[in-house]
Design a binder for this molecule. Sequence first.
Ligand SMILES: Nc1nc2c(ncn2[C@@H]2O[C@H](COP(=O)(O)OP(=O)(O)OP(=O)(O)O)[C@@H](O)[C@H]2O)c(=O)[nH]1
Ligand SMILES: [Mg+2]
Length: 316
Amino acid sequence: MAEHRSGVVAIIGRPNVGKSTLLNRLAGEKVAIVSPKPQTTRNRILGIVTRPDYQIAVLDTPGVHRAKGGLNRYMVETALSAIDEVDAVLFVVEASVRGDGSVEVGEGNQLIIERLKRASVPVVVAINKIDTIAKPLLLPMMEAYGKLLPAAEIFPISATEGEGIAQLEKGLVAQLPEGPQLFPADMITDQVERAIVAELVREQILRFCREEVPYSTAVLVDHFDESEREPAKLAPAGKLAGLVRIDATIFVERESQKAIVIGKGGQMLKMIGATARQEIERLLGAHVYLSLLVKVERRWSERPDVLRRFGYHRQG
Ligand SMILES: Nc1nc2c(ncn2[C@@H]2O[C@H](COP(=O)(O)OP(=O)(O)OP(=O)(O)O)[C@@H](O)[C@H]2O)c(=O)[nH]1
Ligand SMILES: [Mg+2]
């Protein structure tokens, strides 16, 4: 009889290496937002992989960077402190080589490696975005990380293409202890719907607004009215049934940023709202009425009381 394994694996790595993309790929659903800009993820997000013989709770974390300011310090602390709270660490790096073909590990990754060497849990390395480099460059990359983390197994993957994911999943399970299912089999994330909704709005701001605006933006859902929502089973897969009314506020730090998010004649806000609504409808399986308001909350990313109100604080 095969034993059942279970445990929590934290994804750790530099910003923008594809941690959240990988989480979504492993969970088989979009549970974390993704963007081409660094510092997208701000909180821990759990995605749950349930199979007959094992359950992996995969914890996505913010990218580890040189943090300046309250929000960024919170993000890095959120990521690094996860290392000591889980059964294994999945260290994600980006496939990258210099012009002369030599492997580029980078100072940021070196610092994470030093931290991982002190960890008491097993480390698995995923070299992501292998779709962007020539195949002969893979081996030198694997050798370089093998030297830096001799105890770690190394998997080349592409989170967007799905390459190497099955092998990586098996490699993670091998690091987990024997144990029972920790979460219900149909649970795919620990986030409540309204938290995901706020993130889906923020995702569109990351997508459409440039420069510092995404980093000065927080989104809170004020009302989530499900009184006209249909039970999920009434909506055939891919079809929408019933209506959910959502009011959300987009907080920025300055009047100038508010003007950018609203745009000329409200065009930008309209675009953010329309695309976010489509994503939210897919998530909820319901028609959505989404009303967005933009407010200035001066220097919120530096103020402990506001960070707390926006959910950027460590519990327990
Ligand atoms: N070509 C390629 N792009 C990828 C791959 N995985 C992720 N990306 C892209 O890399 C960018 C960053 O992806 P995210 O998943 O948001 O990265 P992250 O590590 O979670 O970033 P932070 O949350 O900011 O730390 C996005 O544009 C992704 O589409 C991959 O395997 N191949
Ligand atoms: Mg992320």
